[in-house]
Design a binder for this molecule. Structure first.
Ligand SMILES: Nc1ncnc2c1ncn2[C@@H]1O[C@H](COP(=O)(O)OP(=O)(O)OP(=O)(O)O)[C@@H](O)[C@H]1O
Ligand SMILES: [Mg+2]
Length: 363
């Protein structure tokens, strides 16, 4: 990887409170990298250190080969769009966007040219003379983005850029953001606490918890191979079954789970020993439903009863109670010929999944 931003063992303390706890991370040029985590886990603090508004208590930050740890914000090739961005209410759209260049003393014709370029990029050319209070939330968002982009930073830091938007507009703006990023090739670091947003937008994600990094990876890696219970629970829905390892093979393990009254096999990626307590985790969409026992020795098959079901248009969610009493969540695409179309409350069903659909979690 060609490391463009390097975060090397960075911590930030406020008094004796550790807001960011010895984290390291490399981000490549042109990535759209997301920092994902719950409220108060240190996302904004980390971003502010990248921007230069906070100085790390220890560790170092490099951008484009330069140690910027102690550099002032305006010396860095970075711009930040704040969590609660504010447009100047008395200025129109074009004047808001050109603000940074005017402050730098750029020549007027050059400012006009670049403002027009930005207006086109964020598709607001027809709105250039409006004041912020004459715009929708999504349009204001795009003005803020244009204002941050006009100085052509090498890195744009965005703190919850879409949080103020409703769901529909947020989804649309996500794609616009991706297009703009792709067009300009600028490295984006985006903070969000919305896991779906991070999954849609990002080339890679870091999941943060209490100032530490739990996992860094592509959306797919993080979703398919969460390294621990926190990440598995944070990203999407997952069933976890606690159990004891009974057999360790070359590439798989067997785990007896009394929560479910069954031996579950799983592809073991981690080193585990017989007798060790682990969790087997399976996503709801990896589980199949059938009325008859599946005729397949390798799959995990468990009998149960439909305890609850919910129709969500393109898919349905089922809560299946297995004989141990444990509820297992299953999500199924609604296809026309699918057996699940006719399932009702209290129906007997078999749930089944492939051993390779299960992940072993150690903590
Ligand atoms: N200047 C400060 N002085 C003292 N504590 C601070 C300061 N700034 C942040 N903190 C604390 O550090 C922790 C991390 O704050 P931060 O703003 O980075 O969280 P966040 O992940 O961005 O949360 P949110 O999703 O709510 O925006 C919080 O517990 C916060 O109270
Ligand atoms: Mg924040």
């Amino acid at each position: 990887m060609n490391e463009f931003i390097r975060i090397k063992g960075v911590s930030k303390l406020f008094g004796d409170f550790v807001a960011v706890d010895n984290v390291s991370l490399d981000i490549a040029k042109g990535e759209l990298f997301s920092i994902l985590g719950g409220s108060g886990c240190g996302k904004t603090t980390l971003l502010r250190m990248l921007a230069g508004f906070e100085v790390p208590s220890s560790g170092a930050i490099e951008i484009d080969g330069v140690d910027v740890t102690h550099q002032a914000p305006y010396d860095r090739p970075v711009n930040m769009m704040f969590q609660s961005y504010a447009l100047f209410p008395h200025m129109n759209v074009a004047t808001n966007i050109g603000y940074g260049l005017r402050k730098e003393g750029t020549a007027k014709p050059e400012i006009a040219r670049r403002v027009d370029e930005m207006l086109e990029l964020v598709q607001l050319s027809d709105f250039k003379n409006r004041k912020p209070d004459q715009l929708s939330g999504g349009q204001r968002q795009r003005v803020a983005l244009a204002r941050a982009l006009i100085k052509r930073p090498k890195v744009l830091l965005l703190d919850e850029p879409l949080a103020a938007l409703d769901k529909k507009l947020r989804e649309r703006t996500q794609f616009e953001l991706m297009n703009i990023q792709h067009e300009l090739g600028i490295t984006f670091v985006v903070v969000t606490h919305d896991q779906e947003e991070a999954m849609t937008l990002s080339s890679r994600i870091v999941v943060m918890n209490k100032g530490k990094f739990e996992q860094i990876g592509t959306p797919k890696e993080i979703y398919e191979f969460p390294v621990n219970r926190f990440v598995a629970d944070f990203i999407g829905t997952i069933n976890t079954f606690e159990g004891i390892v009974t057999v360790v093979n070359d590439d798989s393990i067997e785990v007896y789970s009394d929560q479910i009254g069954e031996t579950l096999s799983a592809l073991g990626r981690q080193l585990v020993e017989v007798g060790q307590q682990v969790q087997i985790a399976v996503r709801p969409e990896k589980i199949f439903l059938s009325r008859d026992k599946p005729d397949n020795d390798e799959d995990i098959c468990i009998e149960g009863v439909v305890d609850d079901l919910g129709y969500l248009g393109n898919r349905s969610l089922y809560r299946v109670r297995v004989k141990s009493g444990r509820i297992v969540q299953v999500s199924s695409q609604n296809r026309r010929r699918s057996v699940t179309r006719f399932l009702e409350w209290d129906d007997k069903v078999w749930i089944s999944w492939r051993p390779r659909s299960a992940v072993v979690l150690l903590d």
